[in-house]
Design a protein around this ligand. Structure first.
Ligand code: GLN
Length: 269
């Protein structure tokens, strides 16, 4: 008979991960795992748990194994069709919250799980939020999440602006694929299991910025902000693209690790 306490001490996984997998399999909270630590797992529960442990040992991200990840305090459904939301991205949400004018509209390009759009919708219920993705499978995850969190979001399947109706937005945000084609990180850790097209442009890492920044010159209302998350070493390149496309007030913001993580500007032309 295998009990919770024994499985946690015997696990070869980091205890935090073993705990998350057990919480998922047993549908118990962190507190229940402690107060019910002598709970004996059924044969099916044990088999499911051991299978997840094995998949984790082979590298699958915990978020894909449990189907959930918390972002901006919100539990979100995730699947292998979407990038796992990162804490770094909370900076982009905070900037969206502080830059979008009251009662305005906002567009999130490449929404994936819907993390950014949904966090913004929860914090700023006055905004009309649109969110796109090129992947129908990703959009279906995002729609599920929006429903769970009771958010009114206009979703569109679109390659950046290409399939969107002919209109403008007062704020545009995006966390596009920015990893360079040959970056060895693509072959390491969780990234190996994430949708490759959400991670890299299969080129120099700047393709999405060129397209989004150019498109935003006509899709952003005058004075509206374009806010873009990027890699740790891309701030200068993204600022240069913003300036050369006529954006003003161009600047970058640092994340909690002190790394320039988001750059933006207004199109006050
Ligand atoms: N932040 C992710 C990483 O470096 C990449 C996500 C992206 O390309 N937008 O792991």
């Amino acid at each position: 008979m295998q009990r919770i306490a024994h499985l946690l001490t015997a696990s070869t996984l980091p205890v935090l991960e073993a705990r998350m997998l057990l919480m998922h399999v047993l549908k118990k909270t962190r507190v229940e795992l402690i107060t019910q630590s002598d709970y004996p797992l059924s044969e099916t529960e044990l088999a499911t748990y051991l299978d997840l442990c094995q998949r984790r040992e082979r590298g699958e991200p915990v978020a894909y194994l449990t189907g959930h990840r918390e972002f901006f305090g919100l539990p979100l459904k995730v699947s292998a069709d979407v990038l796992i939301p990162r804490p770094d991205t909370e900076l982009l949400v905070e900037l969206g919250i502080s830059h979008a004018p009251p009662g305005s509209n906002l567009l999130d390009l490449g929404t994936g799980s819907g993390a950014i759009a949904i966090a913004l919708a929860r914090q700023r219920p006055d905004l009309q939020i649109w969110a796109t993705d090129i992947s129908a499978a990703a959009l279906s995850v995002a729609k599920d999440n929006a429903l769970t969190h009771a958010c009114q979001i206009e979703f569109a399947e679109s390659n950046w602006f290409a399939e969107l109706p002919d209109r403008q937005w007062q704020t545009i945000v995006s966390n596009p694929p920015y990893i360079e084609r040959d970056d060895p990180h693509l072959e390491q850790g969780d990234l190996r299991f994430e949708p490759i097209d959400a991670l890299t442009d299969h080129a120099d890492g700047l393709t999405a910025y060129r397209q989004i920044i150019h498109g935003a010159t006509t899709r952003l209302t005058q004075g509206g902000w374009l806010l873009l998350e990027h890699g740790y070493d891309q701030a200068q390149s993204v600022r240069d693209l913003l300036v050369s496309n006529g954006f003003t007030g161009v600047r970058s913001w640092t994340d909690i690790a002190g790394i320039e993580r988001v750059s933006g500007g207004t199109n006050r032309i």
